[in-house]
Design a protein around this ligand. Structure first.
Ligand code: NAD
Length: 497
């Protein structure tokens, strides 16, 4: 197992002096697995100065909807290294997920999740699995921009940016190069989402061309996910968008053996956060049952990141030996394979007892103090020629007949903008729609203009045009400008158009 040190703080910290880190014990099983992890780190001689902060449920319930205080932010921004146990986000009540907030506020754009099997010591159907999922961590549907626009329709905005794609894709290739990985696979759904997922795929092809020694492939995410669940040994490094990466990394960790054994690193250009991939498992809390291995793996990634590869190796080799010796927590305990079922703290003691030992059969780890990857600096491209060619006006209309809506909407037509299409949930329903298509109360009216009139459209005209839509008797709830970039239409057609 390897892990790339990508932070510009790594080398500075690869000394014998203590490194300040911020630690949060979290909720549910968090305090138990964090105590076990810190006990192992201390016994192994990790050179750390720990600043503990309180985040999560208690902070939320004290009335802070972000789940973290100003002083805690200051600690993380000062130490730049955050080891975090899982936290519970209370349901409802406007509480924002602290995990998502932390990743975005601190610019932790890359989520690195190694998933490998430890056959035959941890039961898995995939004995040769050894892959790393590199998940974009800030964009996609996780922008969390959601609105209800009509009685029947809510929406979530999927935002994908070129800088976002470039930095995660480049990170994946750099990771592969530094860790001697042979192949990078990109997962998208660009057969449907041609603009958003299409951009991710395009950037993958562009950036990938700079890494000729690395094999590249692209899978549509649905069949790719099926392949991953069935034949994970076919993959090496996977780079993908936020939502797909979130789902697939849980699947990958689970089929490797258990979600309880996978750690993750959230890497930014300045700050990095390390954690287990699982949640706070409240049903298991306070019972000294949970497996601390996921958080321990996160902590090992942290040690490599800050340059303490000697300690990281010592712990990982002892952990592998513990696995081989069959000292297992309940989640991976298997009659006939495991030897001893232990709780959280006894598991930590078992790892500590093996510090200095190496695995007898599993591969001993050696973490190279690899040169940190150059921080990625995005160079904004030259602005494209941008031309406004029309507008989509979304209206809340409780009627059912598209022809009737078209007649009303056409009253807004002026000598430049003309109604050209109506769709409902993306499906074209006018002109020439199907009687069978189910329609909600959320309609998109597409108004476009002739090529010769393009130059006439500008935002002031759009404002006046929207007054015409209101005067026609329609309630608009959202608009989208229709642009051409360098002469190419930069919006999707209605399905069926
Ligand atoms: P979960 O990962 O907490 O637990 C799911 C199940 O997996 C548990 O019931 C347990 O059987 C098993 N499990 C998880 N971790 C284990 C461990 N270390 N040892 C043994 N078994 C383990 O998922 P959930 O129940 O969907 O979420 C619970 C809470 O955690 C929610 O509030 C959620 O928002 C939060 N959560 C936090 C994080 C995070 O802080 N990074 C991540 C995911 C979920």
């Amino acid at each position: 197992m390897e892990y790339q040190t990508s932070s510009n703080v790594a080398n500075e910290k690869a000394t014998m002096v203590n490194v300040p880190i911020t630690v949060a014990k979290g909720d549910g099983i968090g305090p138990e697995i964090m105590d076990a992890t810190l006990k192992i780190l201390t016994a192994a001689g990790a050179r750390l100065d720990i600043e503990e902060i309180e985040v999560g449920e208690k902070v939320y319930l004290s009335g802070n909807t972000s789940g973290i205080s100003e002083e805690s932010w200051n600690s993380i921004r000062r130490t730049k290294i955050f080891l975090k146990a899982p936290i519970t986000t209370p349901q409802g009540g406007g509480y924002k997920s602290l995990n998502v907030t932390t990743r975005k506020m601190l610019g932790l754009y890359s989520n690195v999740r190694p998933c490998m099997s430890f056959h035959p010591y941890i039961e898995t159907k995939h004995p040769n699995m050894d892959l790393v999922i590199i998940r974009e961590n800030e964009e996609d549907l996780y922008a969390g921009i959601e609105h209800q626009q009509t009685d029947e329709v809510v929406q979530c905005l999927k935002l994908i940016s070129r800088p976002g794609c470039e930095r995660i894709v480049r990170y994946a290739f750099e990771y592969a190069r530094q860790n001697g990985r042979k192949k990078v696979t990109c997962f998208t759904k660009d057969n449907i989402m041609k603009a958003t997922d299409g951009l991710f795929h395009k950037v993958f092809d562009e950036v990938g061309a700079e890494y000729p020694e690395i094999e590249k492939e692209h899978w549509i995410v649905d069949i790719g996910a099926a392949k991953l669940a069935d034949t994970p040994e076919a993959f090496d490094v996977i780079v993908t968008l936020n939502l797909y990466g979130d789902i697939l990394s849980d699947v990958a960790a689970q089929i490797a053996g258990s979600v309880g054994i996978a750690g993750s690193a959230n890497i930014g250009t300045e700050v990095a956060m390390f954690e287990a991939i699982h949640g706070s498992a409240p049903r298991r809390a306070g019972q000294d049952m949970a497996n601390p291995s996921g958080l321990l793996q996160g902590a090992i990634m942290m040690l490599v990141h800050i340059g303490q590869t000697d300690v990281a190796e010592k712990i990982q080799n002892a952990w592998l030996r513990t696995m081989e010796d069959g000292v297992h927590t309940y989640d991976i305990f298997k009659e006939g394979v495991s030897k001893e079922k232990v709780g959280t703290s006894a598991f930590a003691d078992a790892v500590i007892a093996r510090l200095g030992q190496k695995p007898a059969h599993l591969k001993t780890v050696e973490y190279s103090s690899s040169t940190p990857a150059k921080p990625f600096v995005y160079k904004r491209k030259e602005a494209a020629e941008k031309e406004l060619v029309g507008i989509d006006v979304f209206v809340h209309w409780r009627g059912t007949e598209p022809d009737e809506l078209a007649a009303i909407a056409q009253r807004a037509n002026d000598d430049c903008l003309q109604l050209s299409m109506i769709s409902n949930r993306g499906i074209k329903v006018w002109p020439h729609g199907f009687r069978e298509t189910f329609c909600t109360d959320h309609w998109r009216l597409r108004f476009t203009c002739n090529e010769k009139d393009h130059l006439k459209i500008h935002n002031k005209m759009i404002s006046r045009f929207l007054d015409r839509v209101t005067d026609a008797g329609l309630e608009y709830v959202k608009t989208e400008h229709l642009f051409k970039f360098n002469g190419v239409e930069a919006f999707s057609l209605g399905q069926g158009q």
